[in-house]
Design a protein around this ligand. Structure first.
Ligand SMILES: Nc1ncnc2c1ncn2[C@@H]1O[C@H](COP(=O)(O)OP(=O)(O)O)[C@@H](O)[C@H]1O
Ligand SMILES: [Mg+2]
Length: 248
């Protein structure tokens, strides 16, 4: 395969020879370095290759389940996010990757809420001066872009099944896809990951609803079908109360 010069220069400078290319889309690559067993996500997009609050957050937050760092390489004109493998399996594989019954239960949603709390607590620790906005280190789904699958349900947070690793035994929940929020847009990069309270709560609410309906879809052939319609409002209520009591 013919490698782009961006990737080629990166592999050379960082001395990476034995790797798997997991993903490639215009100026964005994800590789797994088989030697050090780290994932490297590269972006050459102008907004990414600059100091930002996301860059600072990734380098200073104490991630609970895996190691994460962000490098801005001005020589190669790349932003590199390096992360160790998160424990468990990609949610996409848990849901669709085999015939065994998945063991997902409401802990999955509870752990997602705890992760939101962790993100909030770390952002307040790292950016003590910002008290009127809420930080999101993941990509967001905006209503402005009609092609987004979320466009019917309002803006959310991009915790799709390819972006979360979950351990069904220990219930460790790990989002892995960190982004400058709304990276398709071009303005105000460094502060984009901050949103006002009403937008933040709306995004979390939409994400909970969306994830719950997707995860507990009775049409999934390996679903353990725990979530009856009567349980749904109880879990939703728990999550909303949790958000108001523990985060906002
Ligand atoms: N730390 C990690 N642990 C396990 N898998 C990872 C990790 N980082 C990336 N991956 C794998 O690489 C894929 C793409 O990574 P992601 O950060 O979502 O990139 P993109 O922005 O291109 O969607 C993920 O779906 C996952 O399979
Ligand atoms: Mg992704």
């Amino acid at each position: 395969m013919k490698l782009s010069s961006e990737l080629e220069n990166f592999l050379k400078k960082y001395n990476i020879k034995d790797y798997s290319l997991l993903k490639y889309e215009q100026s964005r690559y994800v590789i797994l370095n088989n030697k050090d067993n780290y994932y490297y996500k590269l972006s050459g997009m102008a907004g990414d290759v600059a100091e930002s609050d996301l860059h600072y957050f990734l380098n200073n937050a104490h991630f609970p389940n895996h190691l994460v760092s962000s490098i801005i390489d001005t020589e190669l004109n790349l932003r590199i996010i390096k992360s160790s493998p998160a424990p468990g399996r990609l949610v996409q594989d848990i849901l669709y990757g085999g015939s065994h019954e998945n063991k997902l239960d409401k802990n999955f949603i509870i752990k997602m809420m705890e992760w939101f709390k962790w993100q909030h607590t770390e952002s307040r620790r790292l950016f003590p001066k910002i008290t009127d906005k809420y930080f999101i280190c993941l990509g967001t789904i905006d209503e402005k872009y009609p092609k987004d699958i979320y466009s019917l349900v309002g803006p959310g947070i991009d915790l799709n099944a390819y972006n979360v690793i979950y351990d069904e035994e220990t219930h460790r929940y790990t989002p892995i896809d960190f982004e400058i929020a709304g990276w398709v847009a071009e303005d105000e990069y460094s502060r984009r990951n901050w949103v006002a309270e009403d937008e933040y709560s709306r995004r979390i609410f939409n994400t909970i609803k969306h994830v719950m309906t997707k995860i507990f879809n009775p049409n999934l052939n390996n679903s353990n079908g725990w979530l009856s319609i009567r349980q749904y409002p109880k879990v939703l209520d728990y999550c909303i109360e949790y958000m108001y009591k523990e985060i906002l």
